[in-house]
Design a protein around this ligand. Structure first.
Ligand SMILES: Nc1ncnc2c1ncn2[C@@H]1O[C@H](COP(=O)(O)OP(=O)(O)OP(=O)(O)O)[C@@H](O)[C@H]1O
Ligand SMILES: [Mg+2]
Length: 322
């Protein structure tokens, strides 16, 4: 079986996985079109790695189907894997091999033609910033460099799809930025699905976020929409213009009357004669409307701070089980 053009890069349909009496995945369905970079989120034990193992043919499902580039993974794992580069959660590497030796070995497994092998290894080594490491034993590399070796083996056969299970876990902030940039570069040409617990990472690299909880899909949207629809809170402080004291009720009515605003509460007052409000909104950002109505009512806007709902807030809301 060969890759079917026109098919989505990933098609997961009603996927269920039981480990004994425990259900790890319960009817998971999603598609990923070619070229998309998808963040795959969920709390510990949600089923991310299980999904990735099924997608790569390293675990079988209990029911449902998984296809990559139009190839059913269970029916033809070898053909499906030709389209996939996989960085597993534990990134097991041959500690006693040198980086160069290891990539040679992977090239053999991946059946990269001998005449192309050394050129391709060179390209990948450069791309993954492994130039100074090729003569070192993998066992002597730092975590970040081991992760680069893991990425190098994943992209060596130039697959169309990268499945990356927590590619930045355990890295220091500098290495996280470097690996993230590398993934972003790869994502310009390839389809990528990556699991992570670093939510800001998804906002920086992915155009779509899938969130799973207890083996079920609970969100599928762009990072912007996942935060935008939830709205947020504004902290607004207004002051009188000409010494005429402000009337609390009047200001509260004015704020409540704005179309974007869903709730107004009194907020701590910091300056003499000023009034503070906590303004809840959903959807559109109301800062312009607040500014305009404050000016129109002849008041001074002393302060306006926005607490936007973060992806972290949305994640917690969707995946906390209480
Ligand atoms: N081989 C196995 N045998 C029994 N249970 C398993 C096995 N593999 C995974 N599980 C269980 O399935 C559930 C999903 O595990 P999975 O590793 O897919 O979660 P995850 O979303 O990748 O979590 P994490 O964020 O911690 O990596 C967990 O409850 C886990 O304990
Ligand atoms: Mg996992």
């Amino acid at each position: 079986m060969s890759a079917t053009s026109g098919a989505p890069m990933i098609e997961v349909r009603d996927l269920t996985k039981n480990y004994g009496s425990f259900t790890a995945l319960q009817g998971l369905t999603f598609q990923v079109p070619k070229g998309q970079v998808v963040g795959f989120l969920g709390p510990n034990g949600a089923g991310k790695s299980t999904t990735m193992k099924i997608l790569t043919g390293y675990a079988g499902q209990t029911s449902g189907s998984a296809a990559v580039a139009g190839i059913d993974v269970q029916a033809d794992p070898v053909a499906a894997r030709q389209n996939i580069g996989y960085l597993t959660e534990s990134n097991p590497l041959y500690e006693e091999m040198m980086v160069k030796e290891y990539l040679d070995f992977i090239a053999e497994i991946r059946k990269i033609p001998t005449d192309r092998k050394s050129v391709r290894i060179k390209e990948v080594v450069e791309r993954c910033g492994l130039g100074n490491m090729i003569g070192k034993d993998i066992g002597h590399l730092s975590k970040g460099y081991r992760q680069r070796v893991g990425l190098a083996q994943a992209i060596l056969h130039d697959p169309d799809l990268l499945i990356l299970d927590e590619p930045t876990s355990g890295l220091d902030p500098n290495q996280i930025v470097e690996i993230r940039n590398l993934i972003r570069e790869i994502g310009e040409e390839k389809t990528v699905i990556m699991s992570t617990h670093i939510l800001s990472e998804v906002q920086n690299t992915a155009s779509r976020v899938l969130i799973i909880n207890e083996g079920k899909l609970v969100a599928d949207d762009s990072p912007e929409n996942l935060t935008h629809e939830e709205g947020g809170t504004l902290y607004v402080v207004v002051a009188p213009k000409n010494g005429t004291p402000l009337e609390h009720n009047m200001v509260e009515r004015m704020l409540t009357g704005l179309p974007e605003v869903s709730q107004v509460n009194a907020h701590e007052i910091t300056d003499e004669g000023a009034l503070g409000f906590k303004v809840r909104y959903s959807g559109e950002d109301p800062r312009r409307s607040v500014f305009e109505s404050v000016v129109k009512e002849n008041m001074v806007l002393l302060e306006m701070r926005r607490h936007h709902v973060s992806l972290e807030d949305t994640f917690r809301k969707l995946t906390s089980n209480d």
